[in-house]
Design a protein around this ligand. Structure first.
Ligand code: BES
Ligand code: ZN
Length: 617
């Protein structure tokens, strides 16, 4: 008799795993295959106005409606086209706004037209767009705007089937003021003339969350034959220097996982209000300026966003509950690129920071079912909130474990095979498990059994068998810190002069929950943490300083969370301030001043945190 083994996916559900509960669309009936945008981008009204035309693929012969996702759009008219240039009006209904999903747009299409066109205007408060006045830019002369569509914000600037399960090609015509440059997640021309009239073509099919646009005083600097940076003139030189290894990163990733399939790979450096570190918009990664610190120590962000050109953009999570297929795989690949270019020591330092922080934060704070890689249905939840370090760090850790068990000679071709077999498609965790069993575990049954597989995918926490990263670069840091805490003697500049950001992060994270103010002052006198231009250091130093009652750090902390809008960097300082009445008062004052410069996502997160603190909950 065979011994019974625990099975994966025990929950019985009639809803297929690929179903996306965060979209109203019904892509099994009809799917958008091609999108044609014709939009006027108006800085005065902070709106996009024009039309979105869809080439449709009718799948269900009985279907009579096209259902789209929208949020805060003013829909003016809807027409059906026969493909020969004849358009006629269609009836439509815009449902009341749901706080998370927006408004369902139902279009009556009794004749199943091959084309549908929607004419609309966006709201100045579109959740997926930020409009910046000239004063909020580096150059202070021209206004700026950019999109952030992931997870479900594309619907706030284009009516779409806003789900990662649908892919479409697109073309766009964008008209705006003549002195502003416009870029999209498409075939940006490094030599484009600035004239206010731009056309784009994206021939590879993409899911809606990768639709992107940016406009401002943007200039181009090459970093290689098929790569470069776009930035405001004052930033372009610094950015091109920081990101000078981009071409090598592309070549390294191609070696591992096959050709880069998207043509050019450029980076766009955004203003400091960009709410994320990076966003993998195809052909044009959007990046925070906070990683430009001068010593290239934070360029694994580029490795990460570039890696998405395989994990995510090529093979996409079918729904947001399988986000680890995007972010976990990408974090794994990021580590491989960092290791190939900058060595195992730096890659291990980053893995170790990730793993330590996961244990200190997410594994303590998240409810058990949100600690699974294979997340339960997000019924009613905002997918932006479903995303945690679990997807990134636990996901990458799972793949690292498999890699270590079978060896890179086996694992690298396996992973490449996964990307190739699912290129330009969406996938579920269950599809990956099938693929893993057939193409890796069948040949290497000792690598991982069903029980351990189940622990990684369907259980909270990290399996005890996981191998923890341990970097040599941290041994020297830990030794120096312990010596100082014991004898008051800080490490000499001979020891610290070549420490990279990750080592300073480690130094600070090991200082404990609080520290004597005298000790914090000694650190400041020597290393000037208060006022640091490095956001990775600031996001860890200020909370420690505030917790320890080091009031002298408050003004600089306030300045930091005003100047920067990247959520990950500033939320810990807001959270620490909000713990005392006096701190909460200060946080509220800072927020009022900073709000006009924040992205809607950042405003929402800070507001929620302050509201919660205010009610004592
Ligand atoms: N795709 C993500 C950003 C994202 C995820 C936006 C989910 C909205 C919803 C991007 O690739 C990312 O992970 N960025 C990280 C940087 C990275 C180095 C870990 C970030 O912004 O911090
Ligand atoms: Zn990512």
């Amino acid at each position: 008799m065979p011994v019974s083994t625990p099975t994966i996916a025990t929950k019985v559900s009639t809803v297929p795993r690929a179903h996306d509960e965060t979209s109203y669309a019904e892509p099994d009936k009809v799917a958008i295959a091609a999108l044609k945008l014709d939009l006027k981008l108006d800085f005065d009204s902070k709106t996009l106005h024009g039309s979105a035309e869809y080439g449709l693929n009718w799948k269900d012969p009985k279907a009579t409606q096209l259902v789209l996702d929208t949020r805060d759009l003013n829909v003016e008219s809807v027409e059906g086209g026969d493909g020969s240039g004849n358009w006629s009006p269609l009836q439509f209904a815009l449902a009341p706004r749901d706080a998370v999903l927006g408004s369902k747009l139902t279009i009556e299409t009794p004749t199943r037209p091959s084309k549908v066109r929607v004419t609309y205007t966006t709201s100045p408060n579109a959740s997926g767009l930020q409009w910046l006045d000239p004063a909020m830019t580096e150059g202070k002369k021209l206004p700026f705007m950019f999109s952030q569509s992931e997870a479900i914000h594309a619907r706030s600037w284009v009516p779409l089937q806003d789900t990662p399960g649908v892919r479409f090609t697109y073309t766009a015509h964008i008209a705006t003021r003549a002195d502003v440059m416009v870029l999209m997640s498409a075939d940006n021309n490094p030599k484009a003339k600035r004239n206010g009239d731009y056309v784009f073509d994206m021939p590879q099919p993409i899911p809606s969350y990768l639709l992107a646009i940016a406009a401002g005083d943007l200039v181009f600097k090459p970093t290689g034959a098929r790569s470069g940076v776009w930035a405001e003139p004052a930033m372009a030189g610094k950015a091109a220097h920081e990101f000078e290894d981009t071409e090598k990163m592309i070549a390294t990733t191609e070696q591992l996982y096959g050709p880069y399939r998207w043509g050019r790979y450029d980076l766009l450096v955004l203003p400091p209000s960009f709410p994320y570190g990076g966003m993998e918009n195809p052909r044009l990664t959007f990046a925070t300026p906070t990683v430009i610190v001068g010593d290239k120590s934070l360029v694994s962000l580029v490795a990460h966003e570039l890696a998405h050109s395989w994990s995510g953009n090529l093979v996409t999570n079918a729904s947001w509950k399988d986000i680890w297929l995007n972010e976990g795989f990408t974090t794994y690949v990021q580590g491989r690129i960092t290791e190939a270019l900058y060595g195992k020591e730096l890659a291990d330092m980053e893995r170790q920071i990730d793993q330590t922080e996961l244990a200190a934060n997410e594994l303590k704070e998240l409810p058990p079912q949100m600690q699974q890689l294979r997340l339960p249905a997000l019924d009613g939840a905002d997918p932006d909130d479903a995303l945690s370090e679990i997807a990134y760090v636990k996901g990458a850790w799972f793949l690292q474990t498999l890699e270590q068990r079978v060896g890179r000679d086996v694992f690298d071709p396996f992973l490449r095979g996964w990307f190739d077999a699912h290129a330009f498609q969406s996938a579920t965790t269950d599809a990956f498990v099938d693929y893993l069993k057939k193409n890796l575990l069948a040949q290497h049954p000792d690598a991982m059994g069903d029980a351990e597989l189940d622990a990684w995918l369907n259980q909270p926490g990290i399996p005890a068998s996981a191998i923890r990263a341990a970097s040599r670069g941290f041994a020297v840091v830990d030794t120096a810190r312990i010596a100082w805490l014991g004898n008051g003697q800080l490490p000499t500049s001979q020891v610290t002069h070549d420490w990279v950001t990750q080592q300073w992060v480690r130094f600070i994270e090991g200082l404990g929950d609080t520290l004597d103010v005298a000790k914090l002052k000694q650190l400041d006198a020597e290393y000037h943490f208060t006022g640091t231009p490095n956001g990775e250091i600031a996001m860890r130093w200020y909370p420690l300083a505030i917790r320890s009652g080091y009031a002298e750090a408050w003004p600089a902390a306030g300045e930091f969370i005003t100047r920067v809008g990247r959520r990950k960097l500033i939320m810990p300082t807001y959270a620490e301030l909000a713990k005392t009445p006096q701190g909460l008062q200060f946080a509220k004052e800072i927020f009022e001043k900073a709000k006009p410069g924040y992205h809607p996502l950042t405003t929402g997160s800070v507001q929620a945190l302050l509201d919660k603190a205010g009610t004592g909950k």
